[in-house]
Design a protein around this ligand. Structure first.
Ligand code: C2O
Ligand code: CU
Length: 489
């Protein structure tokens, strides 16, 4: 018997009832959960930018947030805000971050996109126990042997930061409970800066906006609604409110000038097809300058952006292409509103630019030492698996050698955003052909749609030890669609 995670008990019951998974699996990932609270009209809240972390411990604690007008929402937070404070570090300068756990449950912190040694990577059973003792003994590890490197009260994570400038993010990663923990608010930005990026004339200051997209559903009293234990949501939980930086469908006033938007999809399961409405004259509203792992070699123009859970798109939008007074909606073509930018007439000065060459460090990797295949499928009992295995800590599905390049082929029965810890990768093919429009640059999460195969090239560098490969649909992840790989010397 393995532990059953959040939705696992329900899934097991369905398996016993003998339902085939094809009956349970719709065409699209996720099921919509409707709010019981009265929802505001879109574009009433003003966009806020998360506070910048200024040093000291990050205290994980409950906080009452004002997300819906007139109601409070009890959230789990990093330092009292959702998103948590934005951590900013410098490439090449080691950083240490201490997290203190004043929440009622154990936590684990993972720096997503971090090139981090195993001991600080937030392995799912390396928990920080609550400072004041857990409210309940919700230990989900059946076996004592499954105990990780557990600390009580706090833990210091060490990030060497031997990596290029990029939009990273940190979030909870506790085994079996990542979905509800992020849903309750445990996510924040971590920006890495470097000289290469600083030398470019990208928009900065007020014209550089980190934008975290999440979707949520609320109870009538404003509390977060999450379908714990409901097997109907095993494909993923979708909320009916889109929050940008924690506020519903916000609005932001912009100058008629270039802005850098660091888009992060931190939703549990929702995928977005983002477009500006109206499109600017001539199209190509988004000039993509970076991906999960930092700058692209050359910019790419897009009319729309498909962004799967955990992916980041670093884009420049020139609001100078719109007449002042234009209200430009950011919409999800598969859903609805996301936010709105109101172009005001005030400050037209704009010395930002996007040149034709952004980075020289995006060269292709040499040929691989070997190729491995990982199948992301659903088991007959409804659990999500990799190579027919449910996650079990300590069982490695691959043992790559330090310093070697490998090709990893991901094949899937369904939509899965596949994420690799430790190293960024380059997509080398999609369905044995050309890359998709969103596959360029250094990535750590790649979107697989049903019956697709994506091959990526990765070099395992600097650190030996145990790291994770998993689906970043958080309900899939919690239902065991994870695997360990061990980098060996
Ligand atoms: Cu963003 Cu292993 O996770
Ligand atoms: Cu998945």
């Amino acid at each position: 018997m393995r532990r059953r995670a959040l939705l696992g008990a329900g899934a097991a019951a369905l398996g016993a009832a003998g339902l085939g998974w094809s009956l349970l699996t719709p065409k699209r990932p996720g099921k919509l959960l409707r709010s019981r609270a009265e929802l505001p009209k879109p574009f009433e809240a003003r966009l806020t930018i998360p506070p910048v972390h200024t040093g000291g411990e990050i205290v994980q604690r409950e906080a009452d947030l004002h997300i819906l007008p007139g109601l409070t929402t009890r959230a789990w937070t990093y330092d009292g805000s959702f998103p948590g404070p934005t951590v900013i570090t410098r490439s090449g300068r080691p950083a240490a971050l201490t997290h203190r756990n004043r929440l009622p449950e154990p936590v684990v912190v993972h720096l997503h996109g971090g090139h981090t040694p195993a001991g600080s990577d937030g392995y799912p059973i390396d928990e920080i126990m609550p400072e004041r003792g857990a409210a309940s003994t919700t230990t989900h590890h059946d076996m004592a042997a499954m105990r990780g490197d557990v600390t009580v009260g706090s833990r210091t994570y060490r990030y060497p930061m031997t990596q290029r400038a990029a939009t990273l993010w940190y979030h909870d990663h506790r085994m079996g409970f990542t979905g509800p923990a992020l849903y309750r608010g445990l996510a924040g930005f971590h920006l890495v800066r470097d000289d290469e990026e600083d030398a470019l004339a990208l928009p900065r200051g007020e014209r550089e906006l980190p934008l975290m997209l999440t979707d949520r559903a609320f109870e009538a009293d404003g509390s977060l609604r999450y379908p714990t234990g409901d097997p109907a949501f095993m494909n993923g939980v979708l909320g009916d409110v889109v929050l940008v930086n924690g506020l519903p469908w916000p609005v932001h006033e912009v100058d008629p000038a270039r802005y850098r938007l660091r888009l992060l999809n931190a939703s549990n399961a929702r995928r977005y097809r983002l477009e500006l409405d109206p499109q600017p004259p001539g199209g190509a509203a988004f000039t993509q300058i970076g991906s999960d792992g930092g700058l692209l070699r050359r910019p790419i123009g897009h009319d729309s952006l498909r962004i799967a859970p955990a992916e980041r798109f670093d884009v420049v939008v020139d609001f100078g292409r719109y007449k002042p007074g234009t209200r430009v909606r950011l919409v999800d073509r598969d859903g609805g509103n996301v936010m709105r930018f109101d172009v005001t007439g005030s400050r037209r000065d704009d010395d930002a630019a996007v040149g034709p060459l952004l980075s020289r460090t995006a060269e292709p990797l040499p040929p691989p030492a070997r190729t491995r295949t990982f199948a992301f499928n659903q088991g007959p009992d409804g659990t999500w698996r990799i190579n027919d295995l449910e996650y079990r800590p300590g069982r490695a599905v691959a043992r790559p050698r330090l310093g070697e390049v490998e090709h990893w082929r991901f094949v899937s029965d369904f939509h899965h955003p596949v994420h690799l810890h430790l190293n960024h990768f380059q997509v080398v093919s999609r369905n044995a052909g050309e890359l998709g429009a969103y596959d360029h640059g250094w990535k750590d999460t790649v979107d697989l749609r049903a019956s697709e195969a994506v091959e990526v090239a990765v070099r395992f560098t600097d650190y030996t030890g145990t790291f994770m490969l998993h689906c970043h649909n958080l309900e899939h992840e919690d239902m065991a669609m994870m695997a360990d790989f061990v980098v060996e010397a």
